[in-house]
Design a protein around this ligand. Structure first.
Ligand code: ZN
Length: 317
């Protein structure tokens, strides 16, 4: 039977300064800003999408930048690291690049015998990892200042810290088409397929207090489902688990349902399409300030109210 869930669709996090956020993700990491819109539930807040050149699901990291937001704290019941996939031979390139931009990172460490990981944080303290591996068939991003042979290919994994890993694991395996792929120490890897971009690592942490949501925290993770029909089927399955999913919500670039999984993380299930090219051509993604229809009447006010943002790629060569 066809799987209802296939990998990570997007990950959405909270940040403070939108310009600082753009500079880091486009400048330092070489992701493409593919959409500049507003939080559909709070239109005075930007919603920034980064991804590969087409903004494909599995590459989309998005942010709500709230000026003045208090910093969060990494802890259990939240996503504590977002992993990006990079070529195996690029470790020294990235070490050099992070050093150059004064970003602290951990010593490369081998995980599951087949990947090498460095951990670092974005300017808001969000946990990030570069996972160097030679088994990611996706092509690299042809954008930004990172040479193609070293550039990021999309997500590798997301990491959740848990006091009771089985709460999340049972949902992933029972209702969401995941299976246990590997175990190393206290790290349990689940995936819907065995490809990078699909891995959910649940790390059993008994000594970490519960995380606090704030700047630098992941707000939610969205899993990919093929279309509206598979989304409805997933919605029924989640309802059966008494997890009270939202109705299907139109997010312009996909439709979504949301629910809090028993381990405490906010999950979303989003459709592959229609995608970020629905309102901007591929070569101009991220250039205009895009609003959903309901906020078009307020465009002038919003444009006056919100800080203008720009790409500063020349500062990050
Ligand atoms: Zn989302």
């Amino acid at each position: 039977m066809e799987k209802l869930i296939s990998g990570i669709h997007h990950i959405t996090a909270l940040a403070e300064e939108p310009q600082r956020n753009i500079d880091f993700y486009t400048g330092v990491l070489g992701l493409r800003l593919v959409k500049k819109t507003v939080n559909f539930d709070a239109p005075q807040i930007y919603h920034l999408y980064y991804g590969n050149e087409t903004g494909a699901p599995g590459t989309l990291l998005t942010f709500f930048p709230y000026e003045g937001i208090k910093r969060g704290r990494r802890g259990s019941r939240m996503i504590t690291s977002t992993g990006f996939s990079a070529p195996y031979y690029s470790i020294s390139y990235w070490e050099y690049r992070l050093k150059r931009f004064k970003i602290a990172f951990t010593k490369p460490a081998v995980r599951f015998e087949k990947e090498t990981v460095i951990y670092f944080e974005d300017p808001d303290g969000m946990g990030l990892e570069l996972v160097f591996n030679d088994h990611d068939p996706r092509s690299a991003f042809t954008y930004g200042n990172i040479p193609l042979e070293h550039s990021i290919k999309g997500f590798y994994h997301a990491e959740i810290w848990a006091h009771e890993p089985e709460l999340t694991a049972d949902l992933l395996t029972g209702k969401m088409d995941h299976r246990l792929m590997a175990v190393e120490n206290n790290r349990y890897r689940y995936a819907s397929t065995d490809q990078p971009g699909c891995f959910i690592d649940i790390v059993h942490m008994t000594d970490k207090p519960e995380g606090i949501m704030g700047g630098g925290s992941v707000h939610h993770i969205a899993f990919n489902t093929a279309n509206r029909q598979t989304q409805e089927t997933m919605r029924s399955k989640i309802s059966e688990s008494m997890l009270n999913p939202t109705p299907v919500i139109d997010r312009n670039y996909f439709t979504s349902i949301y629910f809090r999984e028993p381990g405490g993380v906010l999950f979303e299930i989003a459709t592959t399409g229609p995608g970020v090219e629905i309102d901007e051509p591929r070569e101009k993604l991220g250039e205009s300030f895009m609003l959903p229809l309901q906020y078009e009447p307020y465009r002038n006010d919003l444009e006056k109210m919100m800080k203008p943002l720009k790409l500063n790629l020349n500062n990050y060569i």
